[in-house]
Design a binder for this molecule. Structure first.
Ligand code: PA5
Length: 428
């Protein structure tokens, strides 16, 4: 279960924080209606049992040792965050690994393209080409590169490639139809960064042994909360409203700081979700508004020694969203101090778990003392269910935020110019 702890916002000076009173929203029903009217599928696709069956069937036959995702942005980050949060942190290095290794190539840096080859045996590698549009240059170039490699090794493309793309449109769909390459759909109503719970995230996850049914069970739990018209219950709405109100008070930077090594990729994904969805020039009426909140991803406790000084004493323009795992399953004990080393006395009868909690508490308290707004998203443990809950929680909060700003959170017209210019320079 996800808990949103906002108590610290009430403890700081009202000009930097807010109270429960500020979160009141007489129009939640109307806002929900506006979201429904956008006909977005991110909270509906989790009912698609047919798709899950197809994923399970495909995965059951898998014989490959390496899975390489070719994709970028929303077509790559979901798989990365599911892998990092739900598998062993060093899964790919584990020698007794019963599942294939997963590599997500979220870039076209030639160094990355060349160096991954050093660890792949093409005969034992499956490439998953993921692109909603089927036209993204980065993904197409990756696809062409690895396809040629396989062809040179006389491998059957149909055996070594699977596609995930729009049901009808785009080059990748066309190639799939022509060459009968296995293809999964990204429903038309689901955009890249909202597609984690489609085959985009679920197929790679299932291939590496993640229980996707449990992820969806968690997602359904959170959907119920998202669709609630009760402001006290509706956690995604509460998060959006906090970001919106504090944004208007000048807190235009949002720091997502999980105190969990396994959630740093989730923070990467949220960074994209917030940036691409809310950074908009025009509102729904076509007026120039230049909305946006700047996301930063940080990691507890690592970034206490990197960014905390800025958060504490720099410009008071940030909302810090901590993430805390209440019941860390793994706890390593710190050895008891030796009499000859009084500096280590502090470690008497303690563990890394306790140290991590103490550091989070201390950071939170010091920021609150300095009037720096901060809240905490808490989950009991990291597992498939809570990750499913968190996925819908953050996606739905972005949908609400879009409505509060009166903008379309589901498009990204601002990246088009860069794409056009890249083509121009490539052809020069
Ligand atoms: O969220 C988005 O829409 C983007 O980040 C896309 O996922 C990204 O640009 C890749 O696009 P595509 O999936 O069409 O290849």
């Amino acid at each position: 279960m996800v808990v949103l702890d906002i108590i610290n916002l009430d403890k700081i000076s009202p000009i930097h924080g807010l109270s429960e009173e500020d979160l009141k929203e007489p129009n939640l029903k109307k806002i929900l209606e506006r979201i429904h009217n956008r006909k977005q599928g991110f909270y509906k696709i989790i009912d698609d049992a047919k798709q899950i069956k197809a994923i399970n069937l495909f995965a059951a036959k898998n014989k490959f040792k390496d899975i390489v995702v070719l994709g970028i942005g929303g077509s790559a980050m979901g798989a990365s965050f599911l892998q990092q949060s739900l598998k062993h942190l060093f899964e790919n290095e584990l020698s007794k690994n019963t599942f294939p290794r997963l590599h997500v190539l979220d870039n076209i840096d030639p160094v990355l393209m060349r160096e991954i080859e050093d660890i792949l045996d093409y005969k034992k590698t499956l490439f998953i080409v993921i692109t909603k549009s089927g036209e993204t240059m980065e993904t197409l170039s990756q696809y062409l590169y690895f396809r040629e490699k396989c062809e040179k090794k006389k491998l059957k493309i149909k055996d070594h490639f699977v596609f995930i793309t729009d049901p009808k449109k785009g080059l990748i769909r066309k190639i799939s139809n022509e060459e009968k390459i296995k293809c999964f759909d990204i429903p038309e109503s689901v955009g890249g960064r909202f597609s984690v719970l489609t085959p985009v995230g679920l197929l790679p996850a299932r291939l590496i042994g993640i229980n996707i049914e449990k992820i969806l069970a968690g997602a359904k739990k959170m959907r119920k909360i998202f669709l609630s018209e009760n402001v006290k219950e509706n956690l995604p709405f509460r998060l959006a409203k906090i970001e919106y109100i504090l944004g208007r008070k000048g807190k235009t930077t949002i720091v997502l700081m999980p105190y969990a090594q396994k959630l740093i990729r989730l923070a990467d994904w949220y960074r994209q979700l917030l940036a691409e969805s809310i950074g908009k020039k025009f509102n729904n009426r076509g007026e120039e508004v230049y909305t946006g909140l700047t996301p930063i991803n940080a990691l507890g406790v690592t970034d206490q020694h990197s960014q905390l000084q800025l958060y504490s004493e720099g410009p008071n323009d940030k909302l810090i969203i901590f993430m805390e795992i209440l019941n860390q399953m793994n706890s390593a004990k710190i050895p008891n101090p030796k009499k000859t080393e009084p500096e280590t006395e502090v470690f008497k009868n303690t563990s890394f778990n306790k140290l991590m909690k103490a550091e989070k508490k201390a950071t939170e308290e010091s920021l609150t003392t300095n009037n720096r707004p901060n809240i905490t998203v808490k989950i009991e443990i990291i597992n498939e269910e809570t990750i499913g809950e968190l996925t819908i929680f953050f996606e739905a909060s972005i949908a609400f935020l879009g409505e509060l700003y009166n903008i379309n959170a589901f498009n990204q017209p601002g990246v088009e110019l860069s794409k056009k210019l890249t083509k121009k320079y490539l052809c020069q």
